[in-house]
Design a protein around this ligand. Structure first.
Ligand SMILES: [Zn+2]
Length: 203
């Protein structure tokens, strides 16, 4: 079973929660996300569009799929989103996000995974590797690869394998427009689906 988490929501929640069960450090429950520099689309809108599409593609392949949210006007913290998937003992969680950078030239698809210290690191990294190798086969896709993160609340509270797709940079004018092109988004998410199928076959 795959749990999809479309990142962010209509309004940020600036109340803090613990970043990890192992530290007292805190971070905002849900940040605002980025915005398309050309499309003016908020990231939380793109993330849900992508989640619905990925839900459809995975369902067609026979996966059972759950979403942490299917509307924008919700208030679910990153810790709560992780706990939703933990409770269902998801085989894999896919968090959907888009990136933003000060430099408008920065672009590309990337995947974030929990740091190597976490118990879920190995399986998460396997899923990320398979996804990245499929996305690389898509023509016209710039792929930045995998980055390890120990500072993400949604990773630190997860007890099940989890990857975070940074689908592209909404601060890059070309990539922002591509991300709102249904053919481009579907091509990317078809590749992600194939990666998930390969991951599932190895379980
Ligand atoms: Zn985001």
């Amino acid at each position: 079973m795959v749990y999809l988490d479309p990142g962010h929501q209509a309004r940020a929640n600036t109340i803090h929660e613990r970043v990890s069960p192992y530290s007292n450090e805190t971070k905002m429950k849900v940040t605002g996300g980025t915005t398309g520099v050309v499309t003016r689309k908020p990231e939380y809108v793109l993330n849900l569009e992508a989640a619905f599409l990925l839900e459809e593609l995975l369902t067609e392949k026979g996966f059972e799929v759950y979403l942490t949210r299917s509307a924008h006007d919700v208030d679910i913290s990153n810790k709560e989103r992780a706990e939703m998937a933990n409770e269902k003992k998801a085989d894999l969680v896919i968090r959907l996000h888009a990136d933003g950078a000060e430099n408008p030239n920065v672009s590309g698809f990337g995947v974030l995974v929990p740091s190597k210290k976490q118990a879920i690191a190995k399986q998460s990294n396997l899923a990320a590797t398979l996804i990245v190798s499929e996305v690389k086969k898509q023509s016209g896709m710039k792929v930045n690869g995998i980055r390890y993160r120990s500072d993400l609340t949604g990773f630190n509270w997860s007890t099940v394998p989890v990857v975070l797709l940074e689908m592209g940079y909404m601060t890059n004018p070309t990539e922002d427009q591509k991300l709102s092109n249904p053919a481009y988004l579907e091509g990317m998410l078809q590749a992600v689906t194939t990666g998930v199928e390969k991951y599932a076959a190895l379980q």
